[in-house]
Design a protein. Structure first.
Length: 224
């Protein structure tokens, strides 16, 4: 069966363009504790990564939340994350070189992230990378977070490409599952989960960062 040519690359943000999941995990553990719940890092990665706060908080508390309560708790959690991560914001190794290579190859690229807008703005503005991406699709634009394919399908639509023409970079198994559900190829970045977990979810290849991609991945745009 023929493979569609690569026309676009979609990046997750947290854990993929920045190595920040440890700070999210700490913020979630602290938030859960304040709400009388005990969770672990494994809980966050298994059940939370890639999902919207509107999905996470009712599951965490085991009940529906009034809109104002949900908004308040989510804002407190995200502010705590930003406070923790602020001194450490930096791109994952190889990010800038990869964006340059994709530009040179004529491959368009965007971001598809379940992160709230305030968090996306916080990271992209501090990195000075906002203008590099043709689209940034966020949680507020879809009804379902990952592992549903909605974010990636919306981003492909924005970029004007078919799902089969897109490659996704993801650090979480829920994100890889979402990419595969969207009909896209996926590469796992092992900043937060091991390669075997990402491969089991459907990643075609894995790497520790964006500077160490295997030849089977870089060939997708080098040979265009």
């Amino acid at each position: 069966m023929s493979v569609s040519p690569l026309r676009a690359v979609l990046f997750d943000l947290d854990g993929t363009l920045v190595d920040n999941m440890a700070f999210h995990i700490t913020a979630w553990i602290e938030t859960a504790h304040a709400l009388g719940r005990t969770i672990t890092a494994d809980t966050v990665m298994r059940d939370f990564a890639g999902r919207r706060n509107e999905e996470i908080l009712p599951a965490l508390l085991g009940r529906a939340l009034a809109p104002d309560e949900l908004t308040r708790i989510a804002r407190e959690k995200e502010q705590r994350y930003r406070d923790l991560f602020a001194p450490h914001v930096a791109p994952v190794r190889g990010t800038l070189a990869l964006l340059d290579a994709l530009d040179a190859a004529g491959v368009t690229f965007g971001i598809a992230s379940a992160a709230p807008k305030e968090n996306r703005d916080f990271v992209l503005d501090r990195l000075g990378l906002r203008a590099r991406f043709r689209c940034v699709v966020g949680a507020e634009e879809v009804t379902r977070g990952k592992p549903a394919p909605d974010l990636f399908l919306k981003a492909a639509e924005r970029l004007g490409v078919a799902p089969s023409e897109a490659l996704v970079f993801e650090d979480a198994h829920l994100g890889v599952t979402a990419a595969r559900a969207a009909g896209m190829r996926a590469v796992g970045i092992t900043t937060t989960e091991p390669a075997d977990v990402l491969r089991e979810a459907g990643a075609m290849a894995c790497a520790p960062d964006l500077a160490s991609l295997p030849a089977e991945v870089t060939a997708l745009w080098m040979l265009r």
